[in-house]
Structure formats: C-alpha cells, structure tokens
Design a protein. Structure first.
Length: 90
C-alpha cells in the first residue's frame, strides 16, 4: 500500500478537535466514501482505503447516506435477466 502525506494547519486540527491519528482515520473514510459515491472505486477498494471490512464499509456508507448499490434499475434488471437466462440454458 502506498502512503500519501497531507499537510494541515495546526489550527485546522485544533478547530476539529482531532488528534493527527484521528484526522488520518477520518480522512481515509471521507476519501473512500467520496470516491465510492462517484463510482470511481468498488466497495472492496473503499473498504481497504477506509481500513474497514466490507460490511463495516457498507455501514459507513449508510451512515453517510450514500447508496451501497451503485447500479441503476436498468442495470440490475439486465443482470437479473442475464442470470435467469444463463440458468435456463444449463
């Protein structure tokens, strides 16, 4: 895993009342949730960035009011149709 460094003014951490370790953890969660909400990463990647298990990441998405399922209704219907069709062909 690569490491990124973000410099923040001392005033920012003081205003947020966060220790550097807490700010780092929170920043990882925020980035993972944001990138997932944009459809740029998967749940598994988001969980890894946030330092969470996948079920914990899904709970974090719910707490942030971000849908855990990023597929459209039409995409889900297509997947269901493909799954049903594939099952029937066996």
């Amino acid at each position: 895993m690569r490491q990124l460094t973000i410099e923040l003014p001392d005033e920012a951490l003081a205003a947020l009342a966060l220790a550097p370790e807490e700010a780092t953890r929170e920043a990882r969660w925020i980035l993972a949730i944001h990138w997932y909400s944009e459809g740029r990463i998967s749940q598994g990647t988001g969980a890894a960035i946030a330092g969470l298990s996948r079920p914990e990441f899904i709970e974090a998405l719910a707490a942030a009011k971000v849908p855990a399922i990023q597929a459209t209704v039409d995409e889900l219907r297509e997947e269901l149709a493909d799954g049903v069709g594939a099952h029937r062909q066996r």
